[in-house]
Design a protein around this ligand. Structure first.
Ligand code: PMP
Length: 355
């Protein structure tokens, strides 16, 4: 077994993979594969219903919100958000905290005006700007809760005078938060929820229908809500595996229990990075992500040999993103604490060798 620190598609619980592989051969003993049944069958409808129900239950989604499982990844949401929420000639506010935030705001420019309220670009996105004002005349304010590439995470969500929209692709289901503080949340499944291929969208119904432009059906939240995420053939398998992961999360005690584990995992790893003379963390201490831990070496020449040692120990996926360098350990929900210990041991062994 490998210790999978990949940033995404990321690690999934082993028992989920086992159940999913069984369902590929014979789904629930019906003599058919999950891959060859109609999305309109009662069997799949039960899967989708349960995925929606578990999402609502785990995140405590209040009344007045719709839960959708769409396609096109988080990247399609970069466009769907302004398509549906930014009126012609209107303005949207964005916080620029990394590459994904930047891609999101670029898409919004196709639909209207964009005000970047603050950016940490000047420091290669090592921190999350906190000193900014959200314009009261913006149609919405968009943030990226966790910056997968740079390893920064919003620790506290500031109240917004306008509808708050968040890309939670890399930290959804990892910690508790108040859904009611947001008007729209989206997340690609492939980090904490399931395989690539579906995107979770949680949208407050009352914010829709306020722009005049015509929106093609597939890009229109209203059509997707009316179709119950089945306006067209949904990504059946990705939704099924996501549902299994949410069942797993519930059985583990839900998000609060998961958060406790995630906090402990991150604390142990950052402690070693701070203690070990060979390594240093990249992100500002107060903004450190509990999902993507980015660190570099004081002596970059040692990076290759450390990667080799890590590989020998079955550690995979820790090479940093090209725009940061060094290492990135993604420590999503399904990564067991034992894998954190294997990485810490490797760091200690390496430091001992290079004293
Ligand atoms: N937002 C964030 C925060 C991400 O981490 C990613 C993917 N790594 C994306 C958006 C893009 O997601 P997708 O590939 O599903 O379009």
């Amino acid at each position: 077994m490998k210790h999978n620190f990949g940033a995404g598609p990321g690690i999934l619980p082993h028992e989920v993979l086992k159940q999913a592989s069984q369902a590929v051969v014979d789904f629930n003993g019906i003599g058919l594969s999950i891959l060859e049944i109609s999305h309109r069958s009662s069997e799949f409808e039960a899967v989708l219903d349960e995925a929606v129900k578990l999402t609502k239950e785990l995140l405590e989604v209040p009344e007045g919100y719709s839960v959708l499982f769409l396609q096109g990844g988080a990247s399609q949401q970069f466009a769907m958000v302004p398509y549906n929420l930014l009126p012609e000639g209107g303005k949207a506010a964005y916080l620029e905290t990394g590459v994904w935030a930047n891609k999101a705001l670029k898409e919004a420019k196709y639909f209207g005006n964009v005000e970047v309220v603050a950016s940490s670009k000047d420091s290669n996105f090592t921190y999350i700007p906190k000193d900014y004002t959200i314009p009261a005349d913006a149609a919405y304010f968009h943030i990226t809760s966790n910056n997968t590439i740079y390893g920064t995470q919003t620790q506290e969500f500031k109240p917004s005078p306008v509808p708050l929209v968040a890309d939670m692709s890399s930290d959804i289901f990892s910690r508790t938060f108040n859904v009611a503080d947001f008007s729209l949340i989206y997340a690609g499944a492939q980090k904490n929820m399931g395989p690539a291929g579906t995107t979770l969208v949680i949208v407050k119904d009352e914010i829709l229908g306020k722009v005049d432009r015509k929106i093609p059906a597939m890009f229109n939240y209203q059509t997707q809500i009316e179709g119950g995420s089945m306006y067209n053939t949904p990504p059946v398998f990705a939704i099924y595996v996501s549902m299994l992961t949410l069942r797993w999360l519930k059985a583990k005690g839900g998000i609060a229990a998961m958060q406790k584990e995630n906090d402990a995992k991150a604390a142990q790893l950052y402690k070693e990075i701070d203690r070990n003379p060979l390594f240093k963390a990249v992100a500002a201490v107060e903004d450190r992500s509990k999902m993507n831990v980015c660190f570099v070496m004081e002596n970059p020449e040692l990076e290759k040999p450390f990667l080799k040692l890590a590989e020998d120990k079955g550690i995979v996926g820790i090479k940093g993103h090209r725009s940061v360098g060094g290492f990135r350990a993604s420590i999503y929900n399904a990564l067991p604490t034992t894998s954190i210990h294997v990485l810490i041991d490797a760091m200690q062994e390496f430091a001992e060798k290079h004293k």
